[in-house]
Design a protein around this ligand. Structure first.
Ligand SMILES: O[C@H]1[C@H](O)[C@@H](O)[C@H](O)[C@@H](O)[C@H]1O
Length: 575
C-alpha cells in the first residue's frame, strides 16, 4: 500500500517546470482525507531549489538523531580522505628500503604520493554524475570497496609499482568520497545548520590526518609499521560500509528516481515531530523541482547541465568561484606540508620530525574547529580575508628562515645544511609553519568545501564535480612537484612562491568572493546574476543575520507563551 502512496502524482506529473503548485488536490495520498484537507489549505511557493523550500524546514529546526547518525556515517568518507592523505607523510619516512630493497628517491616519493591525488582527480570528474545515476549511498559503498582493494595492494607491496598502484586505487575511493560526502550531508541537513554539518566532514578530514600522523608516530619504530598504518585504514571503511547496509540514501535522490515513498520515510525520520501532511508537501515540492532538470535521458541531462553551467551567467560565475576556491586551497601549498612535512623536518635535522608534523596537523584540526564556529557567524568572506594574509606573512617568514638556515635539497633524498644543528632559525621555521597552518585551516582550508551552496540544484552535481576535480588536480601538481621545487628553486624560493600565490588569492577573494553566510540559495543566484556584487552580498548577509536573530527571539517568546511546536507556521498557510 505504502508503495503506491505517491504513485498517481508521480504518474501524472507533466513537464510544466517549477511553476507554483497549488496542492488543492492532494494527488493520490492514499485516500487519507485529513491529509488531503490539510494539504488543500497549503500552497507551495514557486522555488527553484529544494534547499529553499520552506515546508518542513521553516516548520521545525530540531535536529534528529537520525540526521546526526547519517552525518557522521557519511563523514567517515572525510575521515578516509584525511587518513589516506595523512599517513603517507610518515610512511614515506619509515618505509626505508622495504620496496625493491632500495631507498626511495624524491621522484619515487612524489609518484607514490601523487598517485592518490591522480586517482581522486579521475574519479571526482565522474562521481557527481554517477551519484545521480546510481545514488549517493551506492557510490559511497563502492568507494569502500576501492579503499579495501587499494589498502590490500599497499599492505602486501614489496615493489614500488605495486605500492603506487595501491595508492592509485585508494585515490579512486578518496575522490568519490571527497565529493559525495559533503553532497550527501548537504542534502539531508536542515537548512539552518547545513554549513556546520558540512564542516563536520572537514573536521573528520583534518581529524583523520591528525590520527594518521599520531599512528604513524606510534608505529615509527615498529618493523613494517607502515604496513600496519595502511591496514588500519580498513577499519573505518568497513564500519561505513556496514552502517550504510542499514541506512538509506538521501530523500532528493529517491525523488529523482521517483521513489517517493522511500523519500517520505527518510524525511519523516529526519524531522522530529513533522506531521505527515508536511512530509508529503515537501515530497511534492522536491518532485516538482526534479522536473526542472532538462532532458529526459541521462546523457541529455549531462550534456544540458554542462551547457547550462557554462552559458547561464550566474552558474558560470559560481563555477569560477567554486573552481578558483579549490585551486587556491591547493596552490597555496598546504598539502606540500601535509604530504612531506615528515620528509622536510627530518631532512633539516629535527630529531623528532614526526612530533613536529603532529603539531602541524593538530593545528589544522583545531583551527578547523574554530572555522566551524565562525563560518556562519563571522562569515565565509571575513575568515578568508583574515586567513590569506596571515598565510602570506607566515610563508614569507618561513622563506626567510630557510634562507638563513642555508638548507639545500639535493637529488637522491639528500639535503645539505650550511648552518647545521638546532638553530634559532629552525624554531622560526616550525613556528611560522604552525602559524601558516592555523590561518589556512581558519579560511581557505575549510570554506571551499561549502561549494555546493554556489550552485542551483540543476547544475549542482556537475558544478561540484568540476570544483572537486580542480582540488585534486591542484593537489596532484603540488604532490608531484614540491620536492623537485625544493631542489631546483630552494626551500626559500618555494615558500616565497606560495606566499606570492596567497597574496594574489587574497586579491581575488577581495574583489570576487561575495559573502554568502545566512543567504538563501536562490539569493546566491541573484547575487551572482550580473557580477560578483560584493557590497550587495554583504548588506544582504547582514540583513539576514539580523532577521534570524529576531526570529530566534520571537520563537523564544512563543515558547514562553506555550507555542505549539506541531503547528505549521502561518507563513505556510494560505486560504
Ligand atoms: O580541506 C582539506 C584540508 O585542508 C586538508 O588538510 C587538506 O589536506 C586537503 O587537501 C583539503 O582539501
Amino acid at each position: 500500500m505504502a508503495q503506491h502512496k505517491f504513485a498517481d502524482y508521480h504518474a501524472d506529473k507533466g513537464d510544466s517546470g517549477a511553476a507554483a503548485v497549488s496542492s488543492g488536490s492532494p494527488v493520490g495520498v492514499d485516500g487519507v482525507d485529513a491529509d488531503a484537507d490539510a494539504l488543500s489549505r497549503i500552497q507551495i511557493k514557486p522555488v527553484n531549489d529544494e534547499d529553499d523550500t520552506s515546508v518542513i524546514i521553516t516548520f521545525n529546526q530540531d535536529v534528529s538523531w537520525f540526521i546526526v547518525v547519517l552525518t557522521f556515517v557519511a563523514s567517515i568518507s572525510g575521515f578516509m580522505f584525511g587518513y589516506d592523505t595523512g599517513y603517507i607523510s610518515s610512511a614515506l619516512v619509515s618505509m626505508g628500503t622495504d620496496l625493491d630493497n632500495r631507498l626511495l628517491t624524491y621522484g619515487d616519493k612524489e609518484i607514490i604520493t601523487a598517485a592518490t591525488s591522480l586517482g581522486a582527480l579521475l574519479s571526482s570528474i565522474v562521481a557527481g554524475t554517477c551519484a545521480d545515476i546510481w545514488g549517493r549511498k551506492p557510490c559511497i559503498m563502492f568507494s569502500n570497496l576501492l579503499f579495501v582493494v587499494g589498502a590490500a595492494l599497499q599492505v602486501s607491496a614489496h615493489t614500488f609499482w605495486q605500492m603506487a598502484a595501491g595508492r592509485l586505487v585508494m585515490g579512486f575511493g578518496v575522490g568519490i568520497g571527497s565529493l559525495i560526502s559533503p553532497l550527501f550531508i548537504g542534502e539531508i541537513a536542515p537548512k539552518m545548520i547545513r554549513g556546520r554539518l558540512v564542516v563536520i566532514n572537514s573536521l573528520c578530514l583534518t581529524g583523520g590526518q591528525l590520527i594518521a600522523y599520531g599512528c604513524g608516530a606510534g608505529l615509527d619504530k615498529v618493523h613494517n609499521g607502515w604496513r600496519i598504518l595502511v591496514g588500519l585504514s580498513l577499519i573505518p571503511t568497513c564500519v561505513q560500509f556496514g552502517c550504510f547496509c542499514f541506512l538509506p540514501d538521501t530523500p532528493r535522490y529517491y525523488v529523482m528516481k521517483g521513489q517517493l515513498d522511500k523519500a517520505a520515510k527518510v524525511l519523516a525520520k529526519s524531522y522530529n515531530n513533522a506531521p505527515e501532511e508536511l512530509i508529503q508537501q515537501k515530497i511534492i515540492e522536491l518532485n516538482t523541482l526534479n522536473r526542472v532538470i532538462p532532458g529526459n535521458s541521462v546523457g541529455k541531462r549531462v550534456i544540458n547541465t554542462i551547457k547550462e553551467i557554462h552559458t547561464v551567467p550566474s552558474n558560470f560565475r559560481a563555477l569560477i568561484l567554486g573552481c578558483a576556491m579549490q585551486g587556491i586551497q591547493q596552490f597555496c601549498g598546504w598539502n606540500s606540508l601535509m604530504y612531506f612535512s615528515g620528509t622536510i623536518f627530518e631532512t633539516v635535522g629535527f630529531k623528532n620530525s614526526t612530533a613536529v608534523s603532529i603539531v602541524v596537523a593538530g593545528t589544522n584540526f583545531i583551527f578547523t574547529l574554530v572555522a566551524f564556529f565562525a563560518i556562519d557567524r563571522i562569515g565565509r568572506r571575513v575568515i578568508l580575508l583574515i586567513g590569506l594574509p596571515g598565510m602570506c606573512v607566515s610563508l614569507v617568514v618561513c622563506a626567510i628562515a630557510f634562507h638563513y638556515m642555508g638548507v639545500r635539497f639535493e637529488g637522491g633524498g639528500n639535503a645539505v645544511i650550511e648552518h647545521g644543528g638546532f638553530s634559532a632559525w629552525g624554531i622560526v621555521v616550525i613556528l611560522s609553519i604552525i602559524m601558516y597552518a592555523a590561518f589556512y585551516a581558519l579560511g581557505i582550508g575549510t570554506v571551499p568545501w561549502q561549494q555546493s551552496e554556489l550552485f542551483p540544484q540543476a547544475v549542482r552535481g556537475i558544478g561540484t564535480s568540476f570544483s572537486t576535480a580542480t582540488n585534486w588536480a591542484g593537489s596532484m601538481v603540488i604532490a608531484s612537484t614540491f620536492l623537485t621545487m625544493l631542489q631546483n628553486i630552494t626551500p626559500t624560493g618555494t615558500f616565497a612562491l606560495f606566499a606570492a600565490l596567497s597574496f594574489v588569492s587574497f586579491l581575488f577573494i577581495y574583489f570576487c568572493y561575495p559573502e554568502l553566510s545566512g543567504l538563501e540559495l536562490e539569493e546566491v543566484q541573484m547575487i551572482l546574476k550580473d557580477g560578483f556584487n560584493i557590497k550587495a552580498s554583504q548588506r544582504l548577509a547582514k540583513k539576514r543575520k539580523q532577521q534570524m536573530a529576531n526570529q530566534k527571539d520571537a520563537i523564544h517568546d512563543d515558547k514562553l507563551q506555550g507555542y505549539n511546536k506541531n503547528k505549521p507556521s502561518d507563513e505556510l498557510m494560505e486560504g
